[in-house]
Design a protein around this ligand. Structure first.
Ligand code: ZN
Length: 315
């Protein structure tokens, strides 16, 4: 896809096709109008998924099976495109910087994923070089190598990895990341389904040992929103990403408590836009509208959609 769609010129063409340029072009125009109206130079999205093709296929298979498996929740992946098209789409939306959230579900995988991510960052300059980790012997070396290779953000997935983030094996790795000031986006809330080690308690233990660790709690910590806000209030380097929070999809089964809204204002400089692109069951624009309708003001939106992450990553 080319820039022709960015100004809406392609909006009429082929708008009937699922995932073709026309529909995406119209959406890109609306997204650009959203951040232009705020006076921003674009968006920064700290939670987007790029990973080796066969791993991503497996993730998509998982979401495809959700409807039949659960007899309920349908999760139609909205942006099921080839990798280059997915990155091009983010650029059309005006996402200045994004991440490659990837994560192992078993030992022996993190180093391979990190190798792929080095290559991806090299060929995708607007991607913040992302790495991951797993509690296994050698994890500290693996993390050090990734940091030395230029990783600017890590992803940890407590639910999929099914590990205790306070596992002793990870202790020195967290220490290293805290020291280096490299943020870690961590899926540690118990949504959409709880894991053995999800929830605020294990994270509280990690932070007690590493109070300066720059954890970015994914999905606002859903459904334990208030407990994770509490951790952010207690630890100045804890942040939260908005990924899927406040959307119609999520509000149906894990609503954000209205009484906690004022706390989002207090933490205005530590809430960061995340989307879960491309694995979302609704248009990207909906995440932005979901933030806007919280009615926390334009200054708040500017911080969340761009400025907070721009400052954190020195963009
Ligand atoms: Zn995600």
């Amino acid at each position: 896809m080319t820039d022709v769609y960015a100004d809406g010129a392609g909006a009429g063409a082929g708008a009937d096709g699922e995932g073709d340029g026309g529909g995406a072009g119209a959406e890109a125009g609306e997204i650009r109008r959203f951040w232009e109206a705020l006076g921003l130079p674009g968006l920064v999205d700290v939670h987007t998924h790029f990973m080796p093709e066969r791993v991503l296929r497996k993730v998509w298979e998982y979401f495809d099976a959700l409807g039949p498996l659960t007899g309920g929740m349908e999760w139609p992946i909205r942006y099921r495109e080839e990798e280059a098209e997915r990155a091009a789409l983010l650029r059309e939306f005006g996402v200045r910087a994004f991440t490659a959230m990837l994560y192992p579900h078993k030992p022996g995988m993190a180093r391979w994923l990190n190798g792929w991510a080095v290559d991806f960052a090299r060929r995708t300059p607007d991607c913040l070089h992302t790495a991951t980790l797993f509690p296994e012997p050698g994890v500290e070396t693996c993390v050090r190598e990734a940091v030395e290779a230029g990783a600017r953000v890590f992803k940890a997935h407590v639910q999929v990895g099914a590990y205790d983030p306070a596992d002793e094996l990870l202790d020195r790795a967290w220490g290293l990341l805290a020291e280096a000031g490299v943020p870690v986006v961590i899926h540690c809330g118990s949504g959409p389904t709880p894991g053995k080690h999800t929830g605020p308690e294990p994270i509280a233990r990690v932070l007690a040992r590493h109070p300066r660790l720059r954890l970015i709690v994914a999905h606002m910590g859903m459904p334990e929103y208030e407990e994770f806000l509490g951790l952010a209030e207690r630890y100045g380097e804890v942040r939260l990403d908005t990924t899927m929070a406040f959307t119609d999809f999520t509000e149906r089964f894990m609503p954000f408590p209205r009484r906690a809204l004022p706390r989002l204002t207090t933490l205005a400089d530590r809430v960061l836009l995340g989307s879960d692109f491309p694995n979302i069951p609704y248009p990207y624009l909906h995440q932005l509208h979901a933030l806007e309708r919280l009615d926390l003001g334009e200054e708040w939106l500017r911080g969340v959609c761009h400025d907070n992450a721009a400052e954190l990553f020195g963009l």
